[in-house]
Design a protein around this ligand. Sequence first.
Ligand code: T5A
Length: 210
Amino acid sequence: MSAGSFITLEGIEGAGKSTIAHYLAESLSRQGISVLLTREPGGTPLAERLRQIVLERGNETLSAVSETLLMFAARALHVENVIAPALREGRWVVCDRFTDATRAYQGGGRGVDAALIESLARAVHPQLAPDCTLLLDLPAAAGLARARARNAGAEDRFEAETLEFFERVRNAYRTLARREPERIHLIDATAPLEAVQRSVQGIVAGMIRA
Ligand code: T5A
């Protein structure tokens, strides 16, 4: 489907995805590449409204399956309205989280059946997969400490989860990376930011040359 390149950033809370996504988009733009920087859940007005629903902490129970369906509803809007059109125009898309996040959080973290997740992925983006995924990996405690230092106590529904939950998410991500080593690049996110940026540059330079 894609004429442009589709790069996704993944990892647990505080791994540095947003920081690196902005850095990468700016760096590609400076090299004359037309880039769209976007995020999930969100990326369109309606999908951003769904983001609010899944992130805010409320009294109503949101089951793991409901959460999964909302993630894919937001993703369907995002793919149809933003990602697919940009790729068709030959633009590069840098996306802060995509379906691997559902595999890791809802699958690994919450125990949602992998077959359900894969069937929703096939329905929502049958011909679309990232060309390259940058998985920023660090221990859950370190990521949460960074995220909490930045948030000053205002935690969303996920950030209020236990350390064990984020360890399961991290393990699920690492399993995905072992299964698809060509697509998913595991990057040590405990390294200083400049070192992480250099790793990312090295990986993406190969895509620009290709
Ligand atoms: N979700 C999402 C699902 O459950 N399923 C899904 O399918 C999808 C798509 C989204 C939530 O939704 C869940 C996962 C999430 O819980 P979000 O806000 O998009 O929430 O994601 P978060 O992970 O919560 O975003 P964060 O901002 O917490 O993490 P980032 O983007 O990884 O981290 P970033 O770049 O903001 O950096 C955090 C802090 O660390 C510093 C930064 O300066 C910043 O202060 N930092 C570093 N410090 C030292 N060394 C480095 N190398 C550093 N890199 C960054």
